[in-house]
Design a protein around this ligand. Structure first.
Ligand code: DQA
Length: 138
């Protein structure tokens, strides 16, 4: 099984960025841990701070992988274009958030992504990614 992770803006700063919310582990380190844990899964990941690049990556991943994990970060709350891109895909997408977006500012409670994905996982720290991969395996 092939699962592709797409991370949006500022997630390249994980480990340094607001560690009280997002933790102290870099995504690269966590990704290596997940690769060790899910040996039967071909995991890959892509990061971009640019909305259009995330959209192009979604288009490219379609048909090449069995599932996509998308943490669109702040674009979750703003991007109709990313939501439209997801609607055009055949591949199932799971929305992932590290923090519990429902326990934070009001503007984070709305997601353009949630209505167009297979499911959403939020609030388990970096383990949200782990749970999303497990959901594909299940
Ligand atoms: C986030 C939550 C978003 O509201 C925020 O803009 C992020 C990260 C999360 O993973 O908790 O950048 O998607």
């Amino acid at each position: 099984m092939k699962i592709h992770i797409i991370n949006g803006p500022n997630l390249n700063l994980l480990g340094k960025r607001e560690p009280e919310i997002y933790g102290k582990t870099s995504f690269q380190d966590y990704f290596s841990e997940m690769q060790m844990q899910f040996k039967s899964v071909e995991l890959s990941y892509f990061h971009s701070n640019i909305e259009g690049e995330i959209i192009s990556e979604l288009h490219e991943a379609d048909d090449n992988v069995d599932g996509i994990l998308l943490n669109a970060a702040a674009y979750t709350h703003t991007s109709i274009a990313i939501a439209d891109a997801i609607k055009a895909l055949e591949t199932p997408v799971v929305e992932v958030h590290i923090s519990n977006v429902f326990a934070r500012e009001d503007f984070r409670k709305h997601s353009y992504i949630s209505p167009v994905v297979f499911g959403s996982i939020s609030g388990f720290g970096l383990r949200s990614y782990n749970l999303a991969i497990q959901s594909f395996l299940d």
